[in-house]
Design a binder for this molecule. Sequence first.
Ligand SMILES: Nc1ncnc2c1ncn2[C@@H]1O[C@H](COP(=O)(O)OP(=O)(O)OP(=O)(O)O)[C@@H](O)[C@H]1O
Ligand SMILES: [Mg+2]
Length: 342
Amino acid sequence: MALVELRDVSKVFPAASRHGSPVRAIDGVDLDVEAGDIYGIVGYSGAGKSTLIRLVNALETATSGSITVDGTEITGLPERRLQQVRRGIGMIFQQFNLLRSRTVYGNVAYPLEVAGVPKAEAHERIAELLQFVGLAEKAHTYTDQLSGGQKQRVGIARALATSPKLLLADESTSALDPETTQEVLALLRRVNEELGLTIMVITHEMEVVKSIANKVAVMEDGRIVERGSVFDVFSDPQQPVTRRFVSTIVDDVPDAETLARLRAVHPGRFVRLAFRDPAVRQAEVFAELIRRDVTFELVHGGMEDVGGRTFGNLTLSLRGSDADVDAALHAIGARLETRELR
Ligand SMILES: Nc1ncnc2c1ncn2[C@@H]1O[C@H](COP(=O)(O)OP(=O)(O)OP(=O)(O)O)[C@@H](O)[C@H]1O
Ligand SMILES: [Mg+2]
């Protein structure tokens, strides 16, 4: 059984006023998050990402469907049992949500106090956690003297305090600069690899998904419209919304304006080659062109590496007789998707 299972889950918020209409924030969602996954959830604003996460940690109750976390069906559970379930789930936020009146130490101590952990035991746990997130020397600093990245590390230490199995991260790096983002993502990767936590990461940045997730689901209008391994989804997106997200980090065909500019500089026929299957080597493809007396230049696109596998889209300008170019494209087309840009 997956660590988190959603079956046909919907969440409808009642109309805000008498003239308004109800909002179906989550609409018939099925989802399996396996133990050990770092599962990215992406979607534009209003797609339902935060609502989905809030259903998983029972901050919202589903209107229909069933949600199971670590073997416990949480829909319809009484509040006292829900508190137990929530203790097995850590959460980090975009705005960190730290207590300003407390030091770093005090913030990490908070969930342990709530759980009634004895002081001495808590002390040991906090020291261990601050060591893990690299903030041992900042234990007695107040949080408003910390950088954004340090604040999020406190947030992570606090989320880990009660030793949860599952960590939920809602836009946890959106308030950080790119370098700090990478630091926090590296820490989340250690949380997954060294401590064995399963992580659900909500984000609108594909860069975040690309750098830490193994699986991704794309949400639109409360539904999951596409999902799969990060490699599969990134290398061959099916839905328009997924293509838009993937295009933020993987170039596909040049847009019309770019294409016009390229044509002015590069004569020849333009062809986009889609490298998806790691078994299809660029070297073989280029050798085929040379063998057919077709000369080529790479004018647009690039290759991406996801989880050690490479894919990408390369647009080439090809020069040669029409017959030679046609024959070359025919031969290459048997190995990968080619598209002539006209
Ligand atoms: N408490 C609420 N009451 C009424 N409507 C809500 C409530 N929470 C969310 N919604 C609505 O549900 C839909 C999904 O909202 P949600 O916050 O889950 O989106 P999101 O994908 O997290 O967006 P963002 O990227 O902006 O954070 C939106 O239309 C939102 O207005
Ligand atoms: Mg949100």
